[in-house]
Design a protein around this ligand. Structure first.
Ligand code: TXA
Ligand code: MG
Length: 349
């Protein structure tokens, strides 16, 4: 359906399915979500089942107004109101202390709840038609790249869910920035399209959680989802880092030479400046020159498309870790790191 003008006649059956405790995948401005009634524990349990998601990884609850947030939390610190005012509706998720209304399953037993007001008109209309908050993780099988188009959802979840609401491509393509505002200072748990700098301008002070690539320590990370295998296509992913496209292409060429694979079994993702320096037969370009917003928007789609093209290895252009480049590199490193984590290779958690 039209992303800007949601069609109620098309959305109503999906809203009805949600009211009956079923699962509906829907577009947001970040990625497609797999939605269920956040206040119905059985419906929420079905999300974990369909995704193959570990029960200790909590879900984000989606609402369309600040009033609706108040019902889900037992405290609204001033910094939360400032952040919502600055970035909501939009790709921001805040972790707040939860109210008794929120089922344990949603928060994986934590005393906090993650809340987001999506900006996508279709998401907002679906939530309003349903009439309750919607719990929604990204609509992929656990461990796979997040879906930014309806066919990505179908590839992972066809037959397991009631509806996929198709409104085309997601505009950001990388999941929301998750900020914990329950402590003295706000902490970025997951980088996203809203950058550390943008948040800092509102909050005045900010910590950034160190990102781990594998769960090798027994300690509980503050954002449980960050410890799991993530974003992994079937192909092995290598990251070509360097200070500019020329240096990155040189590095990519060296890595490719060591693979001893026929050229059509190596896929490349990057800007044209980078790709044009390589004998790439299978490639996805996000734009002419390095641009993290565009790269982030296409990354998950590129991983899935190159998988479909049958490549064995994907070599992706690394970008500088500034602004949205931080979120892009976070996702890319996880996609690359996933295959390296020993013992987890076949474990699609
Ligand atoms: O953009 C997005 O955030 C998308 C769309 C659908 O809204 N959703 C999404 O959900 O990415 P998911 O489940 O794939 O990622 C949620 C992240 C996980 O890393 C999870 O551990 C973290 O948020 N999270 C959820 N509740 C939390 C809580 N109470 N405390 C700390 N982290 C939490
Ligand atoms: Mg996810």
């Amino acid at each position: 359906m039209d992303a800007e003008r949601p069609d109620d006649r098309l959305l109503e059956p999906a809203a009805m399915a949600l009211r009956r405790g079923r699962l509906v995948a829907f577009p947001t401005e970040t990625v497609y979500g797999l939605g269920a009634n956040a206040l119905d524990p059985a419906a929420v349990a079905a999300i974990f089942q369909a995704k193959g998601r570990p029960g200790d990884n909590p879900l984000i609850v989606h609402v369309t107004s600040i009033e609706a947030v108040y019902a889900l939390v037992d405290a609204m610190p001033p910094v939360a109101l400032r952040l919502f005012a600055a970035f909501s509706p939009g790709p921001l998720t805040l972790v707040l202390s939860r109210s008794a209304l929120v089922p344990d399953l949603v928060t994986a037993g934590l005393d906090t709840v993650a809340v987001r007001l999506p900006a996508h008109p279709v998401a907002r209309r679906l939530i309003d038609l349903a009439g309750f908050p919607i719990a929604a993780p990204s609509a992929n099988r656990s461990g796979r790249p997040s879906p930014t188009r309806a066919w990505h959802v179908a590839a992972d979840l066809e037959g397991r869910i009631s509806y996929i609401v198709d409104a085309g491509e997601c505009s950001f393509g990388i999941e929301s920035t998750v900020v914990d505002v329950t402590g003295k200072n706000p902490v970025v748990l997951r980088p996203g399209s809203i950058t550390n700098q943008q948040i800092l301008e509102v909050t005045g002070v900010l910590s950034v959680e160190k990102q781990e690539f594998a769960d090798s320590s027994p300690a509980t990370p503050r954002s449980p989802g960050m410890k799991y295998r993530h974003y992994a296509p079937r192909a092995k992913v290598l990251v070509a880092e360097g200070s500019d496209p020329v240096g990155r292409a040189e590095f990519a060429g060296q890595m490719a030479a060591k693979l001893h694979l026929p050229p059509f079994e190596i896929g490349y993702f990057g800007c044209r400046q980078f790709l044009n320096l390589l004998p790439a037969e299978q490639k996805v370009a996000y734009g002419d020159e390095p641009e993290p917003e565009l790269a982030g928007r296409l990354l998950f789609d590129a991983l899935r498309r190159l998988d479909r093209a049958g490549v064995k290895v994907i070599i992706a252009e690394g970008l500088l870790e500034h602004g949205v480049g931080i979120a892009y590199m976070n996702r890319l490193r996880k996609a690359a790191g996933a295959w390296q984590i020993k013992g987890e290779e076949d474990d699609d958690k």
